[in-house]
Design a protein around this ligand. Structure first.
Ligand SMILES: [Zn+2]
Ligand SMILES: [Zn+2]
Length: 352
């Protein structure tokens, strides 16, 4: 098992858990204390040992606990905790009274308390034309086409398949198998393909040399945006590897320090948390860029440290949800009746 799986599955679970998860409203046993932040040297050992975790451990750790209806109601309305045995139907009914906002990406109505978590289930637009996300976004045709109009897919996860690689322009398949029109033949030019894939497969692990990657992904993203062809950069969860690539892109394209670039990407996607190794690689990249250009916010020393991203007492891979900057959500007009997503349904469907 790769460290990537450990990192992204735990982070993914955290992203799904949302604010207030584990508050104990469901009455279960308290969760085990999170692992403390380790110095880099100890983290090498920790990550190395995590490499040997079995796949069954992966399966259980990737099971998303989510924010259950009971958690939600228990948290918002503590007096209702006594009604923990409400049926699913009754709980849905109770949710009807809670405020909802419309997701600007998929236009679904989402519980206001869940909107940050929901937003992170989509890819995040870091700068116009550059989207950062996870495998679920790379494998969601509607998200790629109708919602973001992505043309280039930069896959930086060695363990994630390029599902729509054989799709011709206009292909309406939903799964990358039953193509309509038929799949493009091997060797077909890029113009014939629905998406142009760029596979730069790296592990979310210590020792991966990302410095060369940062330069090549910069060029890819830069060229695509110049041609006004939107790009999705993804790994497994859109938290560590792909986030690092986007940070590096911003450092070079905007001439920003690592800190400024990190803050910008996190404001667009609150769950990003590059593993400490990538933070160190980005520090080196910052030093390297500073030799040839003046970086805003850089004064000779690394502008962002591992401790800045993982303050003492936080999880190694942060699962802390940072409230996003206010977005002007609109409650839809009465004439428009978007689908209401119940929390439990959102967990079961892959509609976003
Ligand atoms: Zn949405
Ligand atoms: Zn297809």
């Amino acid at each position: 098992m790769l460290a990537a799986d450990v990192a992204s599955s735990s982070a993914d679970a955290g992203a799904t858990a949302g604010p207030g998860a584990g508050a104990g409203a469901a009455g279960g046993p308290p969760p085990p204390p999170p692992p403390m932040m380790l110095p880099v040297k100890s983290a090498v050992t920790a990550l190395s040992s995590s490499l040997s975790l079995s796949s069954s451990s992966s399966a259980s750790s990737s099971k998303k606990p989510g924010l259950s209806l009971r958690d939600l109601i228990g948290e918002k309305q503590p007096e209702m905790e006594a009604e923990a045995d409400l049926s699913e139907e009754q709980l849905k009914h109770s949710q009807l009274d809670l405020p909802r906002v419309q997701c600007p990406r998929c236009e679904k109505l989402v519980l206001a308390v869940n909107i940050a978590e929901h937003a992170n289930s989509h890819s995040s637009e870091v700068v116009p034309g550059l989207f950062l996300g996870g495998m679920r976004n790379a494998h969601n045709k509607i998200e790629l086409t109708k919602r973001t109009n992505v043309r280039h897919i930069v896959n930086v996860a060695e363990e994630v398949e390029n599902v729509f690689e054989d799709c011709a322009v206009g292909c309406e398949c939903s799964n990358g198998v039953e193509h309509n029109p038929p799949k493009v033949p091997h060797g077909a030019p890029a113009e014939a393909r629905l998406f142009i894939y760029h596979s730069l497969k790296i592990k979310d692990a210590l020792g991966e040399d990302a410095l060369g990657l940062f330069d090549s992904t910069f060029q890819l993203i830069h060229d695509a945006i110049e041609r006004k062809e939107p790009v999705l950069v993804h790994c497994v969860a859109g938290i560590s590897r792909s986030a690092s690539v986007c940070i590096a892109y911003l450092m070079r394209s905007r001439k920003w320090s690592l800190k400024l670039a990190f803050q910008h990407v996190r404001s667009a996607r609150s769950i990003i948390s590059p593993i400490n190794w990538f933070i160190l690689q980005l520090q080196t990249y910052e030093q390297r860029l500073a030799q040839t250009m003046e970086l805003e916010g850089f004064h000779g020393q690394p502008s962002l440290t591992v401790a800045d991203v993982y303050p003492e007492g936080t999880r190694f891979i942060s699962t802390h949800i940072v409230p996003p900057a206010p977005i002007p959500f609109s409650i839809p007009a009465a004439a428009k009746q978007p689908e209401i997503v119940f929390d439990s349904e959102a967990k079961r469907t892959d509609s976003f």
